[in-house]
Each structure stands twice: as structure tokens, then as C-alpha cells.
Design a protein around this ligand. Structure first.
Ligand code: GUN
Length: 282
């Protein structure tokens, strides 16, 4: 068998094309969606992500402001900026790029962002709403995964979904989203006794651990649907996922590549959340 490859890049491009029209229409109604992107320090990966976020905004017509603060910014200074953005009418969404420098308590910052401007979906109010199935800002990466699964025509009802990884950004929220679509969800993590036992049972496997190519072909069954969230740079410079594509794609029915799978969807969902925030606040 040879897997069908989900082209996240193409799906993201098509969604962004629709957003161009939606934003143009909103502007006619006097609503210009606005996003503030805050980066503290000069982590190279964060700089790349923030650049992509600004580019995405420009592409669909969203107004954006970037705040690049020095690495020695204090918690008070960052909190002051968040407070200012919370009451800025031009700004509908606030994104503070993670990770933050050591002197700043990430939790304090995320809690300070107004839940109605929390386009990352990291505020406990939005996470709580996700848990009980109320409308909320959904975290961008897991939201993007759900959109990819929908595009691939996958009906999750009753499927055995196995999530590897339990982070607040991906593992936990994707588990809740899969559950909300009536999958039977298992969450595996670093203390799981027999990982293969679980991954071999998966109809849908989501790998979100950050370990290059840890999911091998012999760990999955024929016909599995594989979502690879990993973005790992090898010493050779090659970018690989958490899944060994070569061996797993031979058994999978459907698989997302790295790069070009989940990645392009994350920022697309951020843009979607920013448009949603603008409409809610209008
Ligand atoms: N760092 C890595 N992923 C993310 C994300 O989705 N949002 C923010 N704000 N920071 C990140």
C-alpha cells in the first residue's frame, strides 16, 4: 500500500484565498481585523514563526503590529504591553510568542491576555470552554489538524485515536477535539509502558512529541491515518517529523508530510481566529 499524502500547504492556501474575500467584505462593513504579535528576545525559530505570522496577515488583509522586545524585558513591562493591547480598539487578537525568557512567568502572561483576544486559545477560559464543548478560540495547531482530517473526508466516529504527547499546546487539546467528534481517545506519553501496544491499535495516530522519526513502520497497523506534528531539524539540516515517513507511509492509508502537512495550517488557523475575534468584537 502507498499512502495518500495530505497536502497541508495546498489546503492552507485555499483557505487563505477564501479569507482574502472575507476580510475584504468585512472591511466594507467597517471592520478591519487586527493582530498584535509580541516576541521577546531573539530565539531564531521564534523569529521565523513571527515573520510567517506577519506575512500571513498581510496576505489576507489583516492589520498587524509587531512588538519585538529585548531579551531582558521584565515581566512587568510585558504585562504592561498586554494591558495596553487588551484595550486597543485596532487590535482584535494578541499573540505572545512562546517560549519566553526565564525571568518571565509564561502563565502570568497568558492569563493576562483578554480571553476575547486570545487567538492562541491558551487562556484557561478558552481551554475550559473546549473541555465542555462550548464555542471558544481553539489552539491553532490542533484546530488545523481537525481541518485537515475533515478535508481528507475522515469520519472520526468510533475510531481508535491514539495521541502520542500530552502538551498543553497540542497533545491535550487535540485529544479533546478528537473526543468531541466521538473518537475513542488514548493519550500516550513518556511514562507509557508499552507505546507500540497502543500505536498498533490506532485507526488515527497523532504524533506530537518532538522526537525525530520515533514512530516506525513496525509500530503501526495497515490502513492507519497518520498526523505528524513533529518539526525536528537533524544535524544534517534536514527537517523531519516524529514519524519515520519512509516506513510508516508504506502501511498508512493517509499521512501528513513534514514539511508541508500540519505546519502551514497552524498560522492559517491563527488568521481564522483573528477574523473570528474581529467579528465577535464588532
Ligand atoms: N510557540 C510554539 N508554538 C506556538 C504557538 O502556537 N503560539 C505561540 N504563541 N507560541 C508558540
Amino acid at each position: 500500500m502507498s499512502a495518500k499524502i495530505i497536502d497541508g500547504k495546498a489546503i492552507a492556501a485555499s483557505i487563505r484565498q477564501d479569507m482574502v474575500d472575507e476580510v475584504a467584505q468585512l472591511k466594507k462593513e467597517g471592520i478591519t481585523p487586527g493582530l498584535a504579535v509580541v516576541i521577546v528576545g531573539d530565539d531564531p525559530a521564534s523569529k521565523v514563526y513571527v515573520g510567517q505570522k506577519e506575512k500571513g496577515c498581510a496576505q489576507v488583509g489583516i492589520y498587524s503590529e509587531k512588538y519585538a522586545l529585548p531579551a531582558d524585558t521584565s515581566e512587568e513591562e510585558l504585562l504592561a504591553l498586554v494591558s495596553k493591547l487588551n484595550i486597543d480598539d485596532k487590535i482584535n487578537g494578541i499573540l505572545v510568542q512562546l517560549p519566553l525568557p526565564k525571568q518571565i512567568d509564561e502563565k502570568k502572561i497568558l492569563y493576562a491576555i483578554s480571553p476575547v483576544k486570545d487567538v492562541d486559545g491558551f487562556h484557561p477560559e478558552n481551554i475550559g470552554k473546549l473541555v465542555i464543548g462550548e464555542d471558544a478560540f481553539l489552539p491553532c495547531t490542533p484546530h488545523g489538524i481537525m481541518v485537515l482530517l475533515k478535508h481528507a473526508g475522515i469520519d472520526l466516529r468510533g475510531k481508535e485515536a491514539v495521541v502520542v504527547g500530552r502538551s498543553n499546546i497540542v497533545g491535550k487539546p487535540i485529544s479533546l477535539m478528537l473526543l468531541s467528534k466521538s473518537a475513542t481517545v488514548t493519550i500516550c506519553h513518556s511514562k507509557t509502558k508499552d507505546l507500540s501496544f497502543h500505536t498498533k491499535r490506532a485507526d488515527v495516530l497523532v504524533a506530537a512529541v518532538g522526537k525525530p522519526e520515533m514512530i516506525k513502520g513496525e509500530m503501526v497497523k495497515d490502513g492507519v491515518i497518520v498526523i505528524d506534528v513533529g518539526v525536528n531539524r537533524l544535524e544534517s539540516g534536514k527537517l523531519v517529523g516524529d514519524v519515520e515517513f519512509e516506513s510508516v507511509s508504506k502501511k498508512a492509508l493517509v499521512i501528513t508530510p513534514v514539511p508541508g502537512g500540519v505546519g502551514p495550517m497552524t498560522i492559517t488557523m491563527l488568521l481564522k481566529n483573528t477574523i473570528k475575534a474581529a467579528k465577535m468584537q464588532a
